[in-house]
Ligand binder design. Structure first.
Ligand code: NAP
Length: 251
């Protein structure tokens, strides 16, 4: 049955930023598709655990602003569920500031979480995939600003454009191990990430007017793409960044 290809029974997923927003939605969807989920968050993912239940969800507390935490995150995930099959690099931050005023500290904070730790966590998990010998799935959360410049978010745009490139680079090297590396580029979603934008009446109206679907997205809108790219249904999809954007990019 074609729908069986989308199931995640017996799989273990590691999802960063599991306490809220997109990450919480992905954790919930993976558990519903049959996976065990390790959620990584700097604050406890209490609500996510309540939704999924502690049999299928395990929370690792870690601050991903330094990639020094990577070995411990992977060790704890393996200690709880014994393997890793899926990695979702979802945790991310955004700092809004005129480019002329951006400080080195702010630049580094965004690039560290959104890019550097993503690379080294992915490298560590890929080593585990190779060790297990059964391939694996990496899903990076990119952005519309993997394609566009954006306004007043230069460090975020740099990080998310790099994520799109990195997705292709890693896919090229690791397809031979049965590892699929892909990304999802969400459009404008109603989460903490866009709270400031949505509070700015003028910007919010401009954005909404440009979305052909006529509404902001929600984490639930990304769940189908996240399950697809984690499942056997996408085994021949490599290095692609899939926009889930209500039509924004095509406009
Ligand atoms: P969000 O609600 O702000 O979620 C971001 C997640 O990343 C939170 O769980 C956050 O934890 C976590 N995080 C941030 N810094 C961290 C750190 N140092 N260590 C560990 N976890 C950290 O926003 P979201 O929209 O769900 O964002 C999820 C991803 O989607 C991000 O990569 C974002 O760039 C991307 N995205 C969002 C949109 C959108 O319109 N919302 C559009 C395109 C792409 P805390 O709650 O503790 O901060």
């Amino acid at each position: 049955m074609i729908l069986d290809l989308f199931g995640l029974q017996g799989k273990v997923a590691l999802v960063t930023g599991s306490n809220t927003g997109v990450g919480q939605g992905v954790c919930r969807a993976y558990a519903e598709a049959g996976a065990k989920v390790v959620g990584v968050s700097r604050r406890p993912s209490t609500e996510t655990e309540e939704i999924i239940g502690s049999d299928s969800f395990y929370n690792v507390i870690a601050d991903l602003s330094s990639c020094g935490v990577v070995p411990e995150v992977v060790e704890k995930a393996l200690a709880r569920f014994g393997r890793i099959d899926i990695l979702v690099n979802n945790a991310g931050i955004i700092k809004r500031c005129d480019s002329i005023d951006v400080s080195e500290e702010d630049w580094d904070s965004v690039l560290n979480v959104n890019l550097k730790t993503v690379f080294f966590l992915t490298q560590a998990v890929a080593k585990q995939f190779v060790k297990q010998g059964q391939g694996g799935k990496v899903i990076n959360i990119a952005s519309m600003l993997s394609y566009q410049g954006g306004i007043r978010v230069p460090s975020y745009t740099a990080s998310k454009s790099a994520i799109k490139g990195l997705t292709m680079a890693l896919a090229n090297e690791w397809a031979k191990y049965g590892i699929n590396v892909n990304a999802i580029a969400p459009g404008y979603m109603a989460t903490n990430n866009t709270e400031q934008l949505r509070k700015d009446g003028e910007r919010s109206a401009d954005i909404l007017a440009r979305i052909p679907a006529g509404r902001w997205g929600t984490p639930a809108d990304l769940e189908g793409a996240a399950v697809y790219l984690a499942s056997a249904a996408s085994d021949y999809v490599n290095g692609f960044t899939l926009a889930v954007d209500g039509g924004w990019l095509g406009r």
